[in-house]
Design a protein around this ligand. Sequence first.
Ligand SMILES: Nc1ncnc2c1ncn2[C@@H]1O[C@H](COP(=O)(O)OP(=O)(O)OP(=O)(O)O)[C@@H](O)[C@H]1O
Ligand SMILES: [Mg+2]
Length: 351
Amino acid sequence: MLFDERPKENKGDLFDREKEIEEIMNNINRPLILITGVRRIGKTSILKVVLNELKIPHFIIDCRNLPPNYSKGNLYSLFSNAISSKLSTFLEILSKIRGISILGNSIELKWKGKEYVTLSDLFDHLNEKRIIIGIDEAQKLRGPLSKEIKDSIAHAYDYDRNLTFILTGSEVGLLHEFLGIENSESPLYGRYYHEITLERFDKDKSELFLRKGFEELRLNVDENVIHGIIEMFDGIPGWLALAGNQFSNNRDLKRVKNIAINVALNEINNLIEMKNNVSPVVARRYRTVMRCIARGTNSWSKIVNCIQKEEGSTISTSVLDNILNNLKKLSIIDENYEFLDPIYKEASILL
Ligand SMILES: Nc1ncnc2c1ncn2[C@@H]1O[C@H](COP(=O)(O)OP(=O)(O)OP(=O)(O)O)[C@@H](O)[C@H]1O
Ligand SMILES: [Mg+2]
């Protein structure tokens, strides 16, 4: 079902994207592949579909819920959970590794004590077979322990010819920063990666997507509805799926839009809440900057003025610089102070 809001897993459920899938397949023997693009563009779906199609043993590490200051225990449990879900595929290899215990249908990676396994050890063992390791939302691996994971990927890049890593990231600047390909201090410095950037659907493709989705639901919808949805959601497949799904429930385009805006607002508030844990002043500034930009303030000096008016206080150049750079690295705004996602823009007006 096209309007199913979970990531797609089978090629038959995925609309379009043949070219992108082919490009990944053509590069699958490279050590490191990146799938990037804004939120809801279809990164996880493409990763899953490709892995399903290839029939090469694989597992996916889902970093989405990793806390910013994750512990070694958090990191290793991501790996043990991912591998446990494919236990039968990897059982033979795993049973030979010291530091891994197999308990029923799950595994435990020991990361301290007498017998422990490092991620590099683990990759060296997995290298016995051709294996693809997916890391979804890999920029979440930034943080105090990022060195171990980067060291181990760099080690595998050089020594484990049977392994391919496919990383996805919706916060594209942060993903590049995490890898540090251009940073001489990073273990991955200078390594080549193949990056596939997913673009949004154009108007024709969006229309086809919606028509096909409504057809699957055997729902006759007005032309105005199709065009209304296209106008609102700018070809981002995840929003189109949500809109199709919601419209089929409530038949009210305005309500559909409000639901989407609320979903986005929730995500933005979560982001601001994370900043709030560091400093309430910084959190407030993010809120103000996003609100100013959402109202169409589209140059540095106009943003400074807007903040001064809103908050009744001045903001230093370096603080504003930092906030704007972060919003760019999070793929929320572009170089021209425009929101990348029209629904994020609408939601930010309400901040
Ligand atoms: N090509 C497609 N065909 C059908 N549905 C799609 C397609 N691309 C994305 N979707 C749908 O859009 C939604 C978002 O897709 P997905 O989760 O794969 O995107 P994502 O880029 O990983 O998003 P996020 O950044 O939130 O992790 C899901 O409901 C998915 O089913
Ligand atoms: Mg995803």
